[in-house]
Design a protein around this ligand. Structure first.
Ligand code: BGC
Length: 401
């Protein structure tokens, strides 16, 4: 998709980037993923280790985003730091995340806080994770524990990141989440996710200014000729169930990367010769516009927040091309009437991609030895789009920021 005109976005549109605790903080030693990374025979390519050390360097990360021109930052709380043992709340961890919220404001970034981005404390995992009868209560209580972080200075809270992916991977021990495809969701877990979301929103309702929702991995299912019904049947438990559950929420998060073709026997492999990214996914920028339209239609008009969109590539110009294509499709959906509140790029930094550091999604690279940050051209480019609140013509070339 190319643009010849400048595409303006509405006043107040949020432009930012997103991260998740386990993928950037480093040493999240007390969660289920860390345990798995250190289980002999798990087959995980490499452990998360120090990650980007953003637990200590978050101010530097935020400053780079803000200096580039972005105005929003989405990050997640690490439950295993806040409640390291069942019922024990770490005041120091609460203070840490409060400092992160304060730093966002200091740098002019609107914070969006995700309560749960895949990882659970070891104690929660040991009792069966989301399968334990008290799981929903435990998540509601964790939300309560976290109220001091979000009750003051935060407008946007995402209860659960990609509950549909959680439901597909829960209890499974795939070694590389990003490359594992989409196993059938566990419908019992899907329902637990829905209830956990509802309960968490109720707790967050005690801070009336908060605008709460959850974020769904949209997958742009494409039906092969004659496979429309199979596609609906395949897509419902993997995407639409979770969008339907967002009806009545303040907003719904869309996280779009690629598309999936559905044939008579389910998902089809990517045809040979198709451009793929470092996660093995098809390069397909229109996925965002499609995901946003589907979310809007299924929820009956709940405002959409793009909470993730991006590409794993070592070619930063390709990242810019992809993002331009995605934003063009997004703008088209908005012109057609979809209410979109903002765009948060995945990801602020190259990060731990659930098993490996190889797929690089970041606007910022960093040195594995020194942790020194190296902003990429794509950060400067997205920052300029944010400052202009508009996407310029496609032939506008980008130099070093
Ligand atoms: C997740 C991120 C992940 C990204 C790219 C989303 O599924 O929320 O944690 O890194 O996609 O794989």
């Amino acid at each position: 998709m190319t643009t010849t005109a400048t595409l303006a976005f509405p006043e107040g549109f949020a432009w930012g980037a997103a991260t998740a605790a386990h993928q950037v903080e480093g040493n999240t030693v007390n969660n289920d993923w860390w345990a798995r990374e250190h289980t002999p025979g798990s087959g995980i390519a490499e452990p998360s280790g120090d990650a980007c050390d953003s637990y200590h360097r978050y101010r530097e990360d935020m400053a780079l985003l803000a200096d580039a021109g972005l105005n929003a930052y989405r990050f997640s709380l690490e439950w295993s730091r806040i409640e390291p043992e069942e019922g024990f709340v770490s005041r120091a961890a609460i203070d840490h995340y409060r400092r992160m919220v304060a730093a966002c404001h200091e740098f002019g970034l609107t914070p969006m806080v995700t309560m749960l981005h895949f990882t659970v404390p070891r104690w929660m995992d040991a009792r069966g994770g989301w399968r334990h009868p008290d799981a929903v209560d435990r998540f509601a209580r964790f939300t309560e524990f976290s109220l001091p972080i979000v009750a003051d200075g935060v407008d946007w809270v995402c209860t659960i990141n990609e509950p549909n992916i959680v439901s597909m991977i829960h209890g499974r021990r795939e070694t590389d989440l990003v490359a594992s495809g989409l196993p059938a969701p566990d419908e019992a877990i899907s329902e637990v996710m829905r209830q956990a979301h509802v309960r968490s929103r109720q707790v967050l309702g005690s801070a009336p200014a908060l605008r709460t929702g959850w974020s769904v991995a949209t997958q742009a299912f494409h039906a092969e000729p004659g496979c429309e019904q199979q596609t609906r049947d395949y897509g419902y438990p993997r995407e639409d169930f979770f969008l339907d559950a967002a009806r009545g929420d303040d907003w719904v998060g869309v996280q779009a990367y690629t598309r999936t073709f559905i044939g008579p026997d389910g998902p089809r492999p990517i045809p040979e010769g198709t451009e793929t990214t470092l996660t093995g996914w098809e390069y397909f920028p229109p996925a965002l516009g499609i995901g946003v339209r589907n979310a809007w239609a299924r929820t009956g008009g709940v405002p959409v927040f793009v909470t993730e969109n991006g590409i794993a590539t070592a070619d930063d110009q390709r990242r810019i091309d992809y993002t331009r294509g995605a934003l063009t499709g997004l703008h088209q959906a908005m012109s057609d009437g979809v209410d979109v509140l903002g765009y948060l790029h995945w990801s602020a930094l190259d990060n731990y991609e659930w098993g490996s550091y190889r797929p690089t999604f970041g606007l910022i690279a960093w040195d594995r030895q020194t942790f020194a940050r190296h902003p990429k051209n794509s950060l400067g480019w997205l920052g300029r789009v944010a400052r202009a609140n508009a996407l310029g013509p496609a032939d506008e070339r980008v130099g070093t920021p």
